[in-house]
Each structure stands twice: as structure tokens, then as C-alpha cells.
Design a protein around this ligand. Sequence first.
Ligand code: ADP
Ligand code: MG
Length: 218
Amino acid sequence: MTPIFGRVSLLRHMVGKPDCSADKIEKSLGHIEWLISRYIQRATTLLDIARVTTGHLKFDPVLVNVCPLIREIAESVRPLAEHAGSTLDLQLQPEGLTILGDRLSLEQIIDNLISNAVKYGGGTPILITATADFKNDTAVICVRDNGPGIAPADQSRIFERFERAVRPGEQVTGFGVGLWIVRQLTEAMGGAITVYSEPGMGSAFTITMPLQLAKDTK
Ligand SMILES: Nc1ncnc2c1ncn2[C@@H]1O[C@H](COP(=O)(O)OP(=O)(O)O)[C@@H](O)[C@H]1O
Ligand SMILES: [Mg+2]
């Protein structure tokens, strides 16, 4: 919270000064926006941990329309992505892609994966896809970055609690619980998560969830 207050008070002092331009205000507001989204993410992580560790994963399954949900989350992460230098590209189809799941958990899952791509993707383009796999009756959601990737030895470990794979000297903050939460929530809803990565070639995290309803799509 302190950095946010610090920035707001800086902005207050700036406004009205002779050298205060609209451009400077815009930049400062952009930075505050970024700080707020980072703060919300951290608070959300703490709530997620509480939810999963108390063992009371109470789901409220409803039919969730996947494409609008992903668009909404991508928009909320966009300030962070822009700050990191990453573009967010969405390829979502069919539009009617629907799964039966807990909306809040789905939000947490997708948000975690996109946020990781922003944090660890090194400012590379991020592609988010959602498709229907009618052969296996699953909805397939994939978040892919073009960053440094994950070493094979780390690829299963990162789904465990408090496990991180940050390289020496890398200054990315985190608790190492995001992917653990993602896996718990995904599996509890009958889905699965996999990672495909080659060092230097980026990472792709794929979620599959049982397809509920695909009207207007076949
Ligand atoms: N897209 C990614 N590219 C490279 N490494 C990643 C990516 N996503 C996750 N990781 C690695 O997996 C680790 C665990 O991720 P996570 O559980 O979300 O924890 P946190 O982000 O708090 O470190 C991260 O610390 C990072 O080393
Ligand atoms: Mg994370």
C-alpha cells in the first residue's frame, strides 16, 4: 500500500506546478494503475491460499461462457502486461465455448497463468487461446509466452506449494503458490493442467476442462 500512497502524494505535489504537463500526469497515473493491479494480485493470492488450505473448496458450479471471461481478465491484466512490455493477443473460438465450473476459481486459474506469463515472459508477446476439442469433449485454454522457458527438471516441481524456478539474480517477487493453486482448483473441477516448455523457447500452460455445452459451435 505504501508505494501507492507515495505515488499519489507525488502526483498531488506535481499538479499545479508550472512544469506539470498532461503527459507527466498521464505517466504518473499509469504507474499508480500498475501499482494497484500488483497490490490486488498479492491480496488475491493470500485469499487463494486461505481458500485452498482450509480444505473448503466449496464450488458453485454454473455454466461459464469462457471467451468473455478470458477477455475480461485479459483487460484487467493489460496494464501490468504493458508495463512489462508484453502484448496480449487473444484467439478465442468458438464464441459459445461453455464449461460447467466455479466462476471465481476459473477466474483465479486464468488470471494466475496470464500474470505468470507477464512476470516471467520477459516482455515477450503473450498468446491466449481457447478452443473446443470435440474429440475429447474438452475446452482447451492455453496461455503461451515467448520468454526464457522452464528447465525440464523444474517443470513438475513448479506445481508444488512454495516451489519456484527463478534463476539466480532474477528479481521477480512471488510466493511460489500460484501454480499450486491453479492445479488444485483445476483438478477439483474435473480438469487438468499441463506445461510445455523448452528453455529459450517460451512456455505454454494448457488447461483442459470438460466441455459442457457447445451449442451454435459444431
Ligand atoms: N510463464 C512462465 N515462464 C517461466 N517460468 C514460469 C512461468 N510461469 C511460472 N514459472 C515458474 O514457476 C514458478 C512457480 O510459479 P507460481 O507457482 O505462479 O509462483 P510465483 O509466481 O509466486 O513464483 C515461478 O517462480 C517461475 O519460476
Ligand atoms: Mg505466479
